[in-house]
Design a binder for this molecule. Structure first.
Ligand code: SER
Length: 313
């Protein structure tokens, strides 16, 4: 990776990936693009206002800057997707389709995150294998499975260097996620620091989660991995921790004993959560490109609470 374009850069992952990649590859070599202006992303490197569904402007941005790698982070998340499935399909698949077509024309590598949301139907919930039938119940999941297939197709048919991981819920403290089923695991930390009672929308369900620093490192390690060692491409299971709302609540209470949580179950989110894996088997990622998480629930909780406290909310 020498010249990188991140589309959807203003979102939860993008806003931290831009900074992380600029630190490694140099500010001027990482172009951030988003639908809306973003002063933070424009402060220490190039920024382009870009609607990824505008294929001409997207292609022009790639061509003009000599981009060799595209990170496509444009997506409506699972709960929002259920409110407007057609819009989710148009945006999620439109962004991917344009990324792949432009990559084919200008010889770029493409990273597109897949998700635990790609799973669904009848499959082993615990230690969910890498290769298993995927029949998601959400439009978000339908887009993720379709995206995995389309990305593999572009690799085998056109030789486009497509790579991807199935991200768990990502926990971070810079930009809030929006419209996802796993968002509660971010929001709970903010409530705890602000001294508010947390009302949790899902109950008694395990989901895989990951702290942002591990997620950022995973993207770079996969994109820099020796292609000869990759038997899979789109997409790798990766995992670092799995918990229920009660487990994360009790972890926070070890540090903030007066913190309170109640439940008001959102049936859409609860249904989605139950249709997803409890925990992923990430053996293939470990074997093919050396994936290894560095954060667990305890170290993440210490770090999240400290980072949010510093915001003086
Ligand atoms: N975090 C996403 C969601 O909850 C899953 O990839 O929709």
């Amino acid at each position: 990776m020498k010249k990188i374009l991140i589309v959807g850069a203003g979102g939860q992952i993008g806003s931290e990936l831009v900074t992380y990649l600029r630190g490694i590859y140099g500010g001027s070599n990482v172009i951030a693009a988003d639908l809306r202006p973003n002063e933070k992303l424009a402060a220490d490197g190039p920024f382009v206002e870009l609607d990824v569904l505008n294929q001409n402007k997207f292609a022009y941005t790639v061509h003009k800057n000599g981009v060799d790698t595209i990170f496509n982070l444009v997506a409506l998340l699972s709960a929002t997707g259920e409110k407007n499935p057609q819009l989710a399909w148009n945006i999620n698949m439109g962004a991917l389709n344009n990324s792949l077509e432009i990559a084919r024309e200008y010889n770029c590598a493409v990273f597109t995150p897949s998700s635990i949301g790609a799973f669904g139907g009848d499959f082993p919930r615990d230690n969910t294998p890498q290769d298993v039938a995927m029949q998601p119940d959400t439009m978000y999941g339908v887009c993720k499975v379709s995206g995995e297939l389309l990305s593999n197709y572009y690799y085998s048919r056109y030789g486009v260097d497509t790579r991807s991981v199935r991200f768990p819920g990502i926990i971070s403290n810079v930009t809030l996620p929006g419209g996802g089923t796993t968002d509660y695991a971010v929001e709970i930390y903010y409530a705890a620091v602000k001294g508010e009672k947390f009302v949790c929308p899902v109950r008694d369900v395990y989901m895989d989660m990951m702290y942002m620093p591990d997620a950022l490192r995973a993207m770079v390690e996969l994109m820099e991995a020796d292609p000869a060692k990759l038997r899979h491409r789109n997409s790798f299971n990766i995992a670092s921790m799995s918990f229920t709302p009660d487990i994360i609540y009790n972890e926070i209470r070890k540090r903030i004993p007066e913190f309170e949580m109640t439940y008001r179950v959102d049936p859409v989110k609860q249904g989605i959560a139950e249709s997803w894996p409890n925990s992923l088997d990430d053996t293939c990622a470990r074997e093919e490109w050396g994936w290894k998480p560095q954060w667990d629930l305890s170290s993440m909780t210490d770090d999240m609470l400290e980072a949010i406290r510093k915001k003086n909310l």
